[in-house]
Design a protein around this ligand. Sequence first.
Ligand code: FVH
Length: 295
Amino acid sequence: HGHSSSGHWISVLGLGAMGAALAEALLGAGREVTVWNRSAEKAAPFAGRGAGIAGSAAEAIGAAPLVIICLLDYAAVRDVLSGAVDQLVGRTIVNLTNGTPQDARDIATWVEDQGASYIDGGIMAVPPMIGSPDAFILYSGTAEAFDDYRQTLEILGATQFLGPDAGLAPLYDLALLSAMYGLFGGFLHATALAGSEKVEAGRFTEMLVPWLNAMTGVLPEIARQIDTHNYAAADGSNLAMQAVAIENIIATSNAQGVDSGLIVPMRALMAHRIACGFGGNDIAGLYRVVASRKR
Ligand code: FVH
């Protein structure tokens, strides 16, 4: 593969909560790791664990054929990479920083123009999960480079390679995070609504979790309706009926002094679909409203 003499070394750039977890997992697996962080105090503890400490991002990139980057945002990634143009040739850059598909495609092109390979990644885990079987990480970009380093990347968590378009990992990542935020938003609103009558969050959550588990069980059927373009409510939960419940949720939120901002958009989606003559649809029919925004 034409890598430098630095062999199996891995460089980790960024030692925030996530970058530190990544570096620790690699060290724990017995790998040779060089670390760099903008503020040096986060790197210092790694010296005692056998890691090499790089004095600059360019030095870290020059130290290993595989460079894993996990910074706050893409502006930081662009900053760090643009200062290391001379060190990039022949490296594989694995960027696990949260960003948009366009961010990833742009940086992939730029990195490849410098003579390096680029893989984008989306981490579906919180830091304590890194290195455990519960963590999974989405990847997309140069397939050959991913194959070269698959075994190393599997130390961090289960890997899922999505294809050569670097933008795919962030697209899936953001989509999965969006579902998570929908869940958290629903949870916060529900808990506040129950809390408006002094119901403790913990006690209410005992009821909420089995309910949400039952509802996630329905998702594959909703997905089937979306994939087959067949939105008719077969099991008796049509939108015209559901719109009444949404109206009552909003009215009760307002009456109880609870912010209805998280649920109000759902009413608008339903009203739109019903006004188009699809009051007999299942919730799956709202997919048509959400997915039809012109770009
Ligand atoms: N932590 C989590 O739960 C999530 C799980 C899923 C993946 N995310 C993404 O991972 C990226 C890093 O997140 P993090 O949790 O490590 O974030 P912080 O602890 O806030 O650390 C941020 C690091 O970024 C460095 N940094 C910020 N700006 C710059 C810059 N302009 N130049 C160089 N480095 C920069 C910062 O350095 P310092 O402040 O310590 O000097 C930290 O190392 C992120 O995309 C998540 O969405 C985590």
